[in-house]
Write a protein that binds this ligand. Structure first.
Ligand SMILES: [Zn+2]
Length: 122
């Protein structure tokens, strides 16, 4: 998941990756007011956690997509080997990377929605 804030000086949208899944945990671990540096004007700013907002991380999409892309041929050969000519079983196995992809994307959606919905103080 990626969290965003806009720079108070130049209004540039900045972002960073975080593994914290909700705002409370994010505040506890990284501080209620976070000192961040703007990538555009290089100025430091102190941003309250409630002013951060989450968006889906491209990294998760990339990892999930990679699993689907690389996993499918692997599962295909593996299922050919163990299921030989049972095409229903092969088909079933081949859905595995797609299912993993869907679950990962769904979890990311849930995290983003939850983060944006719950405020730490307000
Ligand atoms: Zn700035």
């Amino acid at each position: 998941m990626k969290v965003y804030w806009s720079c108070p000086t130049c209004k540039e949208e900045n972002s960073k990756n975080t593994f914290h899944t909700d705002r409370v945990e994010f505040a506890m671990r990284e501080g209620e007011i976070q000192k961040v540096k703007c990538v555009r004007c290089n100025k430091y700013a102190e941003i309250p956690v409630d002013d951060f907002y989450a968006q889906k991380s491209n990294l998760i999409a990339l990892i999930a997509g990679g699993i689907a892309l690389l996993g499918t041929p692997f599962i295909f050969y593996y299922s050919m080997y163990i299921a030989s000519e049972n095409y229903y079983i092969i088909g079933g196995y081949m859905l595995t990377p797609i299912v993993i992809y869907s679950i990962m994307m769904q979890q990311e959606n849930t995290r983003v929605t939850r983060f944006n919905f719950h405020k730490f103080k307000r």
